[in-house]
Design a binder for this molecule. Structure first.
Ligand code: FAD
Length: 423
């Protein structure tokens, strides 16, 4: 409870889930405090477009303060969450005093899982945060600049990229990387024999996109190969070194870049909460998205294992699940504060979808209907535009996508380093 007697809602995490919850509390008679260790909301589904120069930073990151600027009851703090005590109803942070809460919303998302692969934590390039994507973009640009000065580096695999993971993150990154290489870079670096640069997608299972129908899987492989991506299925990465990737089969790939899109686990803070965790380190929740024994604590988005009324399985870690679960938690808290009845969470499935490249995407609807190609890309665009936090972001994304479709140009392929001399 705050000094003026209003309940305090503390929301941990400013992703789709946390922002969705905060915005649904706009009219509640409560003080809402949203905490994130960044001052921006990250739009993860488009990180690969940022890493490959299609979108600028503001296309994938939006100021969190801006997202609640018209919400008088909300405050943002930029600091890391370090501990949660459910019995004392307090949260501790790295840089601000602990906060008591009446309602707590856990929305800290997931993080990369290297599954203990030797050298991956040190040398792989994961793709789960804006700084990961920036690091990858700068690394790739650096490799091309180096190869332009010294083409002999190409023989050592300096431009080769191995992408691990045949799910949406891996496929989307490999497809976009191939378009960047064969399009923009081929024009940017006429003296570099770009055709020698390999983009290899490695998947441990027998097929890419195991969640999609067989016709979509076959289409995906064809669309990737058309873009010169080499698809290797049934192969597991055993170790990663700065310039080499070794597979369990013993084969060695010469590559100075390994992009990791192979696995997720719940945010590591969940290990300190004293809860029984579900598969993938996720927090199990009941129908109202609260944790067992604590009706005032909600877990939403990627950090939670959510099963809705109809679904017989745990919902996937998707932006739409995160946004809808966040909005539901916010609405439930607002209704409880107002003394109104609450309802169980029901997920509205808009289909599973992924994009492979320009004009190539796959969509699978709930009833099994499938789409591919340009039609699927349009559906993918519509669903992802709806997930973007503001109309301004939607307009910006449309302009960038339309520009890239017309000109085949990725304008974000520059590196800027902050330095005192301004050099
Ligand atoms: C590369 C990629 C591509 C994807 N593509 C798609 C797609 O095409 N379609 C789709 O629907 N979904 C996609 N997803 C999944 C989707 O982005 C996630 O399901 C969604 O972002 C989860 O939202 P969230 O709010 O639960 O977590 P997040 O978005 O991860 O937000 C968690 C927030 O918590 C903050 N945080 C974490 N730890 C701390 C701490 N200790 N202290 C303070 N703050 C902390 C983080 O900074 C972050 O802002 C993709 C994900 C990735 C990584």
């Amino acid at each position: 409870m705050t000094i003026d007697g209003r309940p305090r809602v503390v929301i941990l995490g400013g992703g789709f889930a946390g922002v969705g919850a905060a915005q649904k509390l706009k009219k509640a008679a409560a003080d809402v405090v949203l905490i994130d260790h960044h001052d921006y909301h990250t739009f993860q589904p488009l990180l690969y477009q940022f890493a490959t120069g299609l979108l600028e930073t503001t296309g994938v990151g939006h100021s969190l303060r801006d997202l609640v600027h018209d919400q008088d009851n909300a405050t943002i703090h930029k600091t890391a969450v370090t501990a949660v005590d459910f019995d004392k109803r307090t949260v501790q942070f790295a840089e601000i005093e602990p906060l008591n809460y009446d309602y707590l919303v856990l929305a800290l998302g997931a993080e990369v899982n290297f599954f203990g692969t030797d050298g991956a934590a040190e040398h792989a390039f994961p793709m789960y945060t804006l700084s990961h994507a920036l690091r990858l973009k700068e690394h790739i640009l650096g490799k091309w600049e180096a190869a332009d000065k010294n083409p002999a580096l190409i023989e050592d695999g300096a431009l080769n990229v191995v992408v691990v993971g045949g799910g949406p993150t891996g496929v989307e990154t490999a497809g976009a990387m191939a378009e960047l290489y064969r399009g923009d870079f081929a024009r940017d670096y006429p003296n570099v024999p770009q055709e020698k640069a390999r983009i290899v997608l490695v998947e441990a299972g027998p097929e890419l996109f195991s969640m999609f129908e067989p016709n979509l899987r076959a289409y995906t492989v064809k669309a990737l190969e058309k873009r010169t991506v080499e698809v290797m299925t049934g192969q597991i990465v055993a170790s990663v070194a700065p310039t080499r990737v070794t597979l369990k089969s013993g084969d060695e790939l010469e590559a100075h870049t390994l992009v990791w899109g192979a696995g997720l686990q719940g945010n590591q803070l969940v290990n300190s909460l004293g809860l029984d965790l579900e598969r993938g380190n996720r927090i199990g929740v009941g129908p109202e998205l609260t944790i067992a024994g604590h009706a005032e604590v909600f877990a939403i988005g990627d950090i939670a294992a959510i099963t809705d009324e109809k679904a017989e399985h745990v919902l996937p870690q998707l932006g739409s699940v995160a946004l809808q679960s966040g909005e539901h938690a916010g609405e439930t808290i607002a209704r409880r504060i107002a003394g109104k009845e609450t309802k169980p969470f029901k997920y509205k499935d808009k289909g599973t979808m992924a994009t492979i490249g320009r004009g190539a995407a796959v969509v699978q609807m709930l009833g099994g209907r499938t789409m591919k190609g340009k039609k699927a890309q349009l559906a993918w665009g519509t669903v992802h535009l709806a997930l973007l936090p503001t109309n301004e972001d939607r307009a910006k994304a449309i302009v960038d996508w339309a520009g890239a479709a017309l000109t085949h140009q990725r304008t974000g392929r520059i590196t800027v380093t902050a330095d005192k001399e301004g050099g």
